[in-house]
Write a protein that binds this ligand. Sequence first.
Ligand code: ZN
Ligand code: ZN
Length: 427
Amino acid sequence: MFFRRSCSKVRCILASVIALQKDLKESFKCTCGKVHSVPKIEIVFEDNAFKHIDDFFENATYLVDENTAKLVETPAARTIKLEGSPRVLATMENVEKAMSQIKSDLIVSVGSGSLTDIAKYAAHLAGKSFSCFPTAPSVDGYTSCVAAILVNGEKTTAQAVVPKKVVVDMTILSEAPIDLLRAGIGDIAAKVTARLDWMLSNLLIGEPICEFAWDQLRDELEVVLDDSERVLSRSKEAVLRLMNVLLVSGLNITIVGNSRPASGAEHLISHTLEMYHEAINEIPPFHGLSVAMGTYVTLKAYRVIFEDVRLKRTCLTNEERFRVLSDFFGEEKAKRFMNLYERKIEPKQIDLDHVRRTLKPTYEKFLEKVESALEAIRVEELFASYEPEFITKLILISNTIRERCTVLDLLDQLCLLKDFARKVFEV
Ligand SMILES: [Zn+2]
Ligand SMILES: [Zn+2]
């Protein structure tokens, strides 16, 4: 990975990305025992790059939507414009649409999460290169090697292409719609619960863990969470810090090779919510906003573990689980998720004291920071658009959609999930 045109202030703020660049070779032997490859991604920082975007990419086909087309002028003959009301979703249909219209060897997304996911997955399927021009600091997908795509209404995390180049234009990023700034804070707050869940899974089912990813992220993550209000008031410095941490988080996914460093129970809740909306032909909240809701719930789940909250032990039966899944997605999909759920690895034994001892330093260090970041983006307003019973059901089934082991599985194993889901706002 290399940089150009970065002024010294930018360099200072981008300490963690720079550290990655300096310290890592093309591949390195990690303390987790694996050899990790570091992708070659050129990250260019230039204010007002949007005024001459075609200078940054050679013979590119641009992928835009209605909003970003108004923001950034791209050569009409090499521009694919996707339409969606009120916005474009990362569906397989849109990936196919993009694929069928690529006119060169390079596809460049001009947009935020969905357009980036569409472009990088289309590039992967079509055997093309991919670069991106982010229009909001709203997700960590810009530098990651995976794409979240809705295939037949099911959210799947697909292997995709790593960008050759990311052009970061602070003018564009700091003027992004306020909900996308909120979303960026949501997606970054999630790294704390993702980290806790990874440690938990390591303890419960022996999933291998890599410390490298967290080491790259944690110090800057602290600063960014404390800076949430300044991001929302569009301080360029704070927005740049947020973007930096999002880029590092995406790189962590690429270097580790899967989304584990960046995604735990909060993302499962977000994916389940997004699939629910998609199933009834509704537009879900922005990714980072539903992730913020998931992060809120996941932190509450950890509160149950750490603070010995009194909950009733009642196991959720598989019949109940199936009924809720069917309510959400219909019987056919419910059966598939039940199959997946039943194949999940169960911990041989649960040593709660050991779990508490291992996770506590991270939990205690970040709890208030994440809570205040979620408060800054007004997470409670997001919940207010749903009935409390709906949120209860959402929590009950979110651990069935992926193999990933999280704190929701721990509560499930302890027969606390049912009561927790009911009392999440009282915990
Ligand atoms: Zn995310
Ligand atoms: Zn590692």
